[in-house]
Design a protein around this ligand. Structure first.
Ligand code: C5P
Length: 279
């Protein structure tokens, strides 16, 4: 039996550069792993079964964990089946990459369970077929992502901030969010997010001035509850507060646990979570 954690991410900046000929959008973003995670349990079996708690209410064939299993098996047809149990702690439709992280960790968990060694380019290829941000979750650390989110430059980053995550009772599909983008606000020249984040360690004020999420224009207009969370994060002293991915989670970076806890205390009816600074 193998047990692994699948961590959620936030986007420290998400710039949509342009719409491509293939319908996808060219991105510039920084992915940062959080401490919030799903738990995955892998066991040998003859068939392939995926279960989840709480039940996700979708056929197993629609679960990215199942799709990841099938794609890996296509490359290694002699492998047996497996039983995968998913304990969902990361909310769905939240912009936290939960489903993508589960899919990436499934590829790693099954490789260990089946005793196979897929090379890194095969893993990356399968991951990017499963979803644009799945490849990020194959490696540790932070990353700058370009392309549709799959072209990665990983780097070590020790977050000095407390992170508050607040998700209202709204789920947003990524495809929907891209369809409803505010095209007027789209910026074409990518910022050097890695450099900005590095500089912010000396001067935290630059984060609010230079780090944006281009989904915010349309999403905050459509969902005033999300705008309210962002405003509350700032009135509680956040250094930066942004929508994560295409939402609906808003994260806040704080200098202390007390400020972070005070920020989430206003949202008892919402999903909230706090992550300490990296050690
Ligand atoms: O790749 P993924 O399955 O996560 O994407 C879901 C949808 O979001 C895509 O079908 C596409 O409509 C949109 N998308 C996009 N540009 C990206 C990533 C996703 O337009 N960079």
């Amino acid at each position: 039996m193998i047990i692994l954690k699948a961590y959620a991410k936030i986007n420290l900046g998400l710039e949509i550069l342009y719409k491509r000929g293939d319908g996808y959008h060219e991105l510039n973003t920084m992915f940062l792993r959080t401490c919030l995670a799903d738990d995955l349990l892998f066991e040998q079996d003859d068939d392939i079964t995926v279960s989840s708690f709480p039940d996700m209410g979708i056929p197993q064939e629609d679960n990215l964990v199942y799709k990841a299993t099938i794609l890996l098996k296509e490359n290694f047809p002699d492998t047996p089946g497996c039983k995968i149990h998913l304990k969902k702690n990361i909310p769905s439709g939240a912009g936290l990459g939960g489903g993508s992280s589960d899919a990436a960790i499934t590829l790693k968990g099954l490789a260990a369970l089946w005793n196979i060694v897929p090379n890194s380019s095969m893993l990356h290829d399968i991951a990017s077929r499963l979803g644009s941000d799945v490849p990020f979750f194959l490696s540790d650390g932070a990353a700058i992502a370009r392309g549709r989110g799959e072209k990665l430059k990983h780097f070590e980053f020790t977050s000095p901030w407390w992170i508050a995550l607040i998700k209202p009772n709204i789920s947003i599909s990524t495809a929907w969010a891209y369809q409803h983008l505010d095209h007027d606000l789209v910026q074409r020249t990518p910022s050097d997010l890695k450099e900005i984040i590095k500089k912010s360690l000396l001067d935290p004020n630059i984060l609010k001035k230079k780090v944006f999420n281009h989904f915010e224009g349309s999403i905050l207009r459509k969902f005033p509850q999300i705008k309210y969370i962002k405003e509350k994060m700032y009135s509680e002293g956040a250094i930066l507060s942004l929508l994560s991915g295409s939402g609906s989670t808003v994260f806040g970076l704080f200098e202390s646990q007390v400020l972070c806890e005070s920020a989430i205390s206003h949202f008892d009816n919402y999903f909230t979570y706090i992550c300490p600074p990296h050690k």
